[in-house]
Design a binder for this molecule. Sequence first.
Ligand code: FAD
Length: 375
Amino acid sequence: MLREQQVIIVGAGIAGASTPWQLARRGVTALTVLEQEDAADRHSSGRNAAILRTAMEDPVLHLLARESLEFFRRPPAGFADHPLFEPCGLYLAAPAAQAGALRAWALDPECAVGAFEVPPAELYAKVPELSPGVEALISIPEEGVFDLSAIHQGFLRGAKAAGAELRYRTAARELLVEDGRVKGVRTDAGDLRAGTVVLAQGGWGARLAAAAGLDLPLVPYRRHLLVTEPLAGVSGWPVVWLSGTEFYFRPESGGLMMSPCDQAVVDPDHGEEVDEEQLGVVAEKAAHWLPLRADAGAAFFWSGMRTFAPDHRFVIGPDPRCPGLHWVAGLGGHGITCGPAVGRLAADWILGPAPRDEAAAALAPGRLLSRPTLS
Ligand SMILES: Cc1cc2nc3c(=O)[nH]c(=O)nc-3n(C[C@H](O)[C@H](O)[C@H](O)COP(=O)(O)OP(=O)(O)OC[C@H]3O[C@@H](n4cnc5c(N)ncnc54)[C@H](O)[C@@H]3O)c2cc1C
C-alpha cells in the first residue's frame, strides 16, 4: 500500500515542494524531502523572473499552466495569507518580421487563454519611451508577477503540516537500486530506505540517476537577470516580452528587471556563475528598446539554470527501467507557472492508476528512452 510506504523526494525547489504537498493532501504522510542546501530557494526556484505567463507555444505545457492558473487564483484555504500573484498585465510584442509567428500561436486557444490582440498604441500609452517597431501586440491583462516565496513556502509549509519531513543540508549522494528496483538513497548521514524515490533536482536533474546507469538527456542552460537601480516612472509598467530580439522587462524593487534571454549549456556545478559579457548583451537590448534606460546602473545581476529535455517538455512520471523511481524534472522556463499542476501530475503517477490524459503521456520519461530497433 503506497500510502504507508516511505517516499523520498530529492530536491526542495518548486518541483520538490508541490509534489509532496499534493501527496500529503492525498494521504501519503511517510514523506521525506532532501535538500542539499540550507534553504529551498537557493537555485532556480529562487532565482527566476517570477513572471506568470500561461501563454505557451506548446499546448501540452499550456494545459498545465491553465490548471495551475486556477490554483494561483483560488488557492486552498490557509495556503497563503495574501494573493499569490499581482495581475499587473502582460504583453507579448513583436516587430514586423515576427508578427505573424507570434499571432499564430498566441491567439491559438490551445496555447493561450485570456489573450487577445490589441493595437500597439495600447502598449505605447503605458510605456511611452518604448522604441517604435512593435507591429503585433497580444495583451493578457490578468497575468503578471508572482509572489515566489508565498507559493514555494505555501507548498513546503502545507506538506510539513501534513506530516512530511524536510531535511536541509542533506544531499542524496547515490541512488540505492537492488534487483532492478529503487530502494532508497545514500546520504552522508547514512542510507534512507524507501519504495519510491522522486528526482526533483533541477539543474542537477540527470546526475544521480546517471551514476546508477539510468541516464536521461536533461540539459541545464544558464540565463541571466538584471535588476536596475531604482528608476523614476517605471513602477506602473506591465510585463513586456519582445519576440525577435528576445528581451523582456518588468518593474522590480523600484527599478526594472530585464533579461538578455541568453541560453548557454552549463555544468550545473558552475551553472549559476555570472558571465559579465551578458551585461553587455542586456545593455544592447535595452539600448534598442528602452534607450532612455540603457545607462541605468545594475543593482543586482545574477543567473540561474533552466533545464530542458531535448523536446523542451517536462519530464514527469515513472522511470520504466527502474520500478519505484519517478522524475519531476526538466521544467525549463515554466516551472513556477506550472508548479501546482506539475505536483498534481507527479502525485497521480506515484499513487496510480497511471493517468491517461494527453499531458501525462506526452510528459512521461519513457518517451526519452531510445527504443531497440528491429534489424
Ligand atoms: C533566469 C530564469 C528566469 C525564469 N523565469 C521564470 C518565470 O518567469 N516564470 C516561471 O514559471 N519560471 C521561470 N523560470 C523557470 C523556473 O525557475 C524553473 O522551471 C523552476 O524553478 C525549476 O524548479 P525545480 O524544482 O525543478 O529546480 P530547483 O528550483 O533548482 O530545485 C532543485 C533543488 O534540488 C536540489 N538538489 C539537487 N541535487 C540534489 C541532491 N543530490 N540532494 C539534495 N538536493 C539536491 C537543489 O539544491 C535545488 O534546491 C526561470 C528560470 C531562470 C533560470
